[in-house]
Design a binder for this molecule. Structure first.
Ligand code: NAD
Length: 252
């Protein structure tokens, strides 16, 4: 019996990095997984790989910056597997261009980061909660970042969006606990995914390795195991929390 046997999980941004590892681990622990991503080809490959291992998954297109697309992904999940028990809001974008500082930031850029990182969490919850209420509960897992707690000095919109995610997590937990809907977030430290390797300057990667209490950076599975825990009934008394998984970097 898997730890999330018979649960249905929608994983956003599941074609790469943390989302991919989490989708695989959830499926291996018995969940039926919908892998949602705007890289549909990538999401389909992840779902096919999961199925090839004998577990259950399917893919759907998602643009997490678009309300209608988020709604469609939730409805697709329910239409495909009959319910949604776990919503893992994993999608997130960052940008390290110098003009992201307060004086120069392009407001379209600010809005895009806020839409994809923060508004998508609100909308995912908005569309999933009525379905979770119908089946007597559920687990919503959001994605913050250590940037929610400590400024890295170059990503104004990113940090603000992630701090918003941590707060919105508490709000959803407070409002829907009575319906047995739990809402928690994970704040990863540096996890060596394609996003981190491709977007962050080497100097920043080196700082993380140097100042982590543990002498290494994280792997996507380090977050995925926590996702399985938060998705499972093992965490049934836990809600409104933001779990910091960051190698002892900030210990905020
Ligand atoms: P990643 O880039 O490897 O994967 C992100 C996935 O999301 C990709 O498959 C991409 O196609 C998809 N995606 C991006 N924008 C989308 C959109 N608008 N609609 C649908 N899909 C979209 O990223 P990752 O490193 O695995 O990060 C996952 C989450 O973890 C993000 O929220 C990120 O902010 C957070 N995080 C990551 C780190 C890290 O060090 N990697 C640290 C802290 C927080």
């Amino acid at each position: 019996m898997g730890r999330v046997e018979n649960k249905v999980a929608l994983v956003t941004g599941g074609a790469s990095g943390i989302g991919l590892a989490s989708a695989q681990l959830l499926a291996q622990e018995g969940a039926k997984v919908v892998v949602a991503d705007f890289n549909l080809e990538g999401a389909e490959k992840v779902a096919a790989d999961i199925k090839a291992q004998g577990f259950e998954a399917t893919a759907v297109f998602l643009n997490a910056g678009e309300e209608e697309s988020i709604k469609e992904a939730v409805e697709f999940t329910v239409a495909t597997y009959g319910q949604i028990n776990v919503l893992y809001n994993n999608v997130g974008i960052t940008n390290v261009r110098k003009d992201l500082d307060v004086v120069n930031i392009d407001l379209d850029e600010w809005d895009k980061v806020m839409d994809v990182n923060l508004k998508s969490v609100l909308l995912g919850a908005r569309f999933a909660i009525p379905h979770m209420q119908k089946v007597g509960g559920g687990s919503i897992i959001n994605t913050a970042s250590m940037a929610a707690f400590a400024s890295d000095s170059i990503r104004s919109a990113y940090g603000a969006s992630k701090a918003g995610v941590a707060h919105l997590t508490k709000y959803i937990a407070t409002q829907y606990g009575k319906d047995h809907i739990r809402c928690n977030a994970i704040a990863p430290g540096l996890i060596m995914t394609p996003a981190a390797k491709n977007n962050l300057p080497q100097a920043m990667l080196d700082i993380f390795t140097k100042y982590n209490a543990l002498p290494y950076n994280g792997e996507a599975e380090d977050i995925g195991y926590a996702v399985v825990y938060l998705a499972s009934d093992e965490s049934k008394f836990m809600t409104g929390q933001t779990l910091q998984i960051e190698g002892g970097h900030y210990m905020a």
